[in-house]
Design a protein around this ligand. Structure first.
Ligand code: NAD
Length: 488
């Protein structure tokens, strides 16, 4: 697929010298080449968005959301085609890719409620004859910098809210997965947004830096690894922008002895190995308490070793490859590091070869047993299909272990005890909590939270937080003296 930018309602071929080869993670074949642009492309997109802003802002909100209804219907009509592209460039299975897009549709649907959500407030007579009101107005030109692992969903945590609230937009997808947004922008073109309202700029670090520094861009949302999230947060702030920066994760799950072990095993395996572990809400550390240890360890090893690994477009495949060979090597090296630190690879996915897909970046599900607290493997984000097992004697020790981690994206508990669940919900230091849930992904009408090293900012994507982020509050204090009133 040819990768172009979409600026001011036109498909443009950037005049760049460098390209990034996009490889199908299962076959190793080149499927696209991402142009690595820089300031000129971002500048053109930001200018187009700035020019489109005054008229878009004046378009009544109930008319703005009509564009979103059309976009949602077009995306639903092309659900399979979008999912196929996600599998081709990102590696997850077709079913996972379809499920990803359902969350994108949900966000468009929630944002279509903007006429209700962006209403202001008014208090009459704050002093005799004086009224005070708060009005929400759009911020201006906003931008999203997206990661590789959810090419279709993540931009929709922000884009529909921003547009519905009257902002104009620039999206930069990950250079590793440009095809999904390329296709979605074909749909955006069909929707017929006014020129410049939504723009697509492809590229990598230079493009990101241009977005960070561009004086016209007022707000940035970022999702990706923690180091880059910190960079975006600090550079965005330095250049006077609002920033949401979501970072990496190392999500723990506690399994209590009273948990339903069949259910816990099935759900934890899906969480750890779904999307090949390349999910910011993937469980990566299972902490068993007391007698849960033996049963859970045995059952989770079975679940790991029986998972069907292969190309996500082939029938019956439950887990696809990692995004690229560098990721595969990194995950395999981390398994080795775990062993050197005293863990045992009870199920070892290194050296996986899938027949017919010898060029793929496959690592089978892996279980690292006897992982010790304080080791590097217990603290590092692996971002692959590796579940580390740890053991403690009490729920207090387990919660302390959970809270000792640097990240705070998600923490889960499996139990049949209400009081244990309440204690955990109250004490666990993470932004998304799962009780008997493996991937506690918030629905579109809740904020997608995140704490500690997993999140930099205050407002989140989705729901009312997104409305807050993409609007600025104006407070008006108004006096109309009686003596000015005409007699009618
Ligand atoms: P990444 O940080 O490598 O890239 C994300 C984006 O930043 C891409 O668009 C990329 O072009 C850009 N980028 C990369 N390096 C940069 C640099 N040095 N300077 C400026 N821009 C740069 O992340 P990724 O590998 O695409 O995604 C995986 C990571 O994202 C994992 O750490 C995962 O946990 C995290 N993630 C977090 C969430 C969340 O909700 N918190 C969701 C999805 C993924």
């Amino acid at each position: 697929m040819e990768i172009l930018n979409y600026i001011n309602g036109e498909w443009t071929k950037p005049s760049v010298k460098e390209y990034f080869d996009v490889l199908n993670p299962a076959t190793g074949g080149v499927v696209a080449r991402t142009p690595l642009g820089g300031f000129a492309e971002v500048d053109a997109a930001a200018r187009a968005a700035a020019e489109a802003f005054p008229a878009w802002r004046r378009t009544p909100v109930q008319d703005r959301v009509q564009y979103l209804f059309t976009l949602r219907n077009l995306m639903r009509a092309n659900h399979d085609e979008i999912a196929r592209l996600i599998t081709e460039e990102c590696g997850k299975t077709f079913e996972e890719a379809k499920a990803e897009m359902v969350r994108a549709f949900e966000n468009v649907e929630v944002a279509a409620g903007m006429p209700m959500m962006m209403k202001g407030e008014i208090v009459e007579d704050i002093a005799p004859g004086i009224d005070e009101m708060m009005i929400r107005q759009p911020v201006g030109v906003c931008a999203t910098i997206a990661p590789f692992n959810f090419p279709g969903m993540i931009p929709f945590w922000y884009l529909p809210y921003a547009l519905a609230a009257g902002n104009t937009y620039v999206i930069k997808p990950s250079e590793k997965v440009p095809m999904t947004m390329q296709f979605i922008f074909k749909l955006i073109e069909q929707v017929g947004f006014p020129k410049g309202v939504v723009n697509l700029v492809n590229g990598a670090k230079d493009t990101v830096d241009a977005i960070l520094q561009h004086p016209t861009i007022r707000a940035i949302t970022f999702v990706g690894s923690t180091n880059v999230a910190k960079y975006i947060y600090s550079q965005g702030a330095l250049h006077g922008k609002r920033v949401i920066a979501q970072g990496g994760a190392k999500n723990p799950v506690i399994v209590l002895p009273d948990a339903d072990m069949d259910m816990a095993t099935r759900i934890i395996a899906d969480s750890a190995f779904g999307c090949a572990g390349q999910r910011c809400l993937a469980v990566s550390l299972a902490v068993t308490v007391g007698e849960a240890r033996n049963t859970f360890s045995e059952m989770i090893c079975d679940a790991a070793s029986t998972r069907v690994v292969g190309y996500g477009l082939d029938a019956g495949v439950q887990m696809g490859p990692l995004i690229n060979s560098a990721s595969r090597d990194r995950v395999e090296q981390l398994i080795g590091l775990g062993e050197r630190e005293g863990a045992v690879a009870t199920v070892d996915g290194r050296g996986t070869r899938v027949k017919g897909y010898e060029g793929g970046n496959f690592v089978r599900p892996t279980i690292l047993s006897n992982v010790r607290a304080g080791t590097e493997i217990a603290q590092t984000e692996i971002f692959g299909p590796v579940l580390s097992l740890m053991h403690v004697n009490t729920i207090e020790d387990a919660i302390q272990l959970v809270n000792s981690g640097a990240y705070g994206n998600q923490a889960s508990l499996f139990t049949s005890s209400g009081s244990a669940a309440r204690k955990f919900r109250y004490e666990a230091e993470a932004g998304n909590i799962g009780i008997n849930i493996g991937v506690a992904a918030p629905m579109a009408f809740f904020p997608f939270s995140g704490w500690k090293e997993s999140f930099f900012g205050d407002l989140h994507g989705q729901g009312m937080d997104a409305v807050e982020f993409f609007t600025q509050k104006k407070v008006v204090v108004e006096r109309w003296p009686k003596e000015w009133s005409r007699k009618f």
